[in-house]
Design a protein around this ligand. Structure first.
Ligand SMILES: NC(=O)c1ccc[n+]([C@@H]2O[C@H](COP(=O)([O-])OP(=O)(O)OC[C@H]3O[C@@H](n4cnc5c(N)ncnc54)[C@H](OP(=O)(O)O)[C@@H]3O)[C@@H](O)[C@H]2O)c1
Length: 287
């Protein structure tokens, strides 16, 4: 029987890639957003807000498998946990949680608090703990990249960048195939690069110079705030880049390859696809 999969965060970086990854699966895909109709290859779009329980019933009706992410915009974990409880009550069978690398070592992280809640629920669970998304280089720092800069305070530290499309591909497998219940996957790319190395790859692939500027932490914070970035997000980014600077973000695992049967995309492959998309978009706009 065809199962029904509910994707929360369906308009986000991982969620939108998950809709793509689910297209060749035998599943009815229901995509959740606060502002439907969204765009993308879903069978159904549903209005859904973690903070509005009155939207949960329609979203959960007939669902077998659930992809749960914690929106960065949501400061509290309570609504996500209450939604998981609701999913358990209406008989959802399995739940794939988008967590973060290192969550198992940090009980204070909201992701870990959600993981623990899901583990105590009747749902069969799979936790995905990804490293830093390669997509951040263009989605968070795209303006700077367009000026030929990567302005993050990560020193010479290495990061095991993971492509969000690979995270989504693993999620699609765990949502639709047996054998992944009760497993936590630490998802990284195939290599750990310094930001100098990332800049060299970007320069080479995009055909224009990109420099890693490595600002001091205070300079980074001031500049991000001046650009209108929220304080909370700026502090989270500062923590992530400090972790890299301290040499704590470079662990590489083989989990993506074990689940997908192929190696994860590397940073070069990411920039090649990004360069192709940028060229296609410029052609479309007559630039
Ligand atoms: N970026 C990284 O490097 C990284 C690495 C590891 C883990 N993570 C984790 O991944 C998660 C973020 O995933 P992402 O990057 O795919 O998301 P994203 O691109 O930041 O998108 C956020 C999503 O959350 C939805 N959303 C926001 N508020 C909502 C609400 N109140 N109710 C329901 N949906 C809401 C948005 O949908 P609408 O606006 O359409 O409603 C959107 O689809 C976070 O938990 C983050 O900690 C990120």
């Amino acid at each position: 029987m065809t199962s029904t999969v509910l994707v929360t965060g369906a308009t986000g970086t991982v969620g939108s890639a998950l809709l793509d990854a689910l297209t060749d699966r035998d599943a009815t895909v229901r995509a959740a957003t606060r502002s439907p109709p969204g765009t993308g290859p879903a069978d159904e779009w549903v209005a859904f807000d973690f903070e509005k329980p009155e939207t949960w019933g329609d979203a959960l009706a007939g669902v077998d498998a659930l992809f749960v992410m914690r929106p960065p915009q949501l400061s509290r974990v309570g609504p996500v946990r209450a939604f998981v409880d609701a999913a358990g009550r209406v008989g959802v069978d399995r739940c794939v949680v988008l967590s973060v690398l290192g969550a198992d070592r940090n009980p204070l992280l909201p992701h870990r608090r959600i993981e623990r809640h899901v583990a105590a629920s009747p749902l069969r669970w799979t936790f995905l703990r990804p490293s830093f998304f390669t997509q951040n280089l263009v989605e968070v720092h795209g303006d700077a990249l367009a000026r030929g800069e990567i302005p993050v305070p990560a020193g010479d530290g290495r990061t095991s960048f993971v492509d969000a499309r690979d995270v989504a591909a693993v999620a699609a497998v765990a949502l639709t195939e047996p054998g992944h219940a009760g497993v936590a996957y630490d998802l990284t790319g195939p290599e750990a690069l310094t930001y100098d190395e990332v800049a060299a790859v970007a320069s080479d692939v995009l055909g224009s110079p990109v420099a890693y500027t490595d600002p001091s932490l205070p300079r980074f914070v001031v500049r991000e705030l001046r650009r209108g970035r929220p304080l909370g997000f700026t502090l989270v980014m500062s923590g992530i880049y400090t972790t890299a600077r301290l040499g704590l973000a470079g662990r590489v695992t083989g989990a993506v390859e074990r689940v997908l049967g192929r190696p994860p995309r590397d940073v070069r492959a990411f920039f090649e696809d990004y360069g192709d998309e940028r060229t296609a978009s410029r052609r479309l706009h007559g630039e």
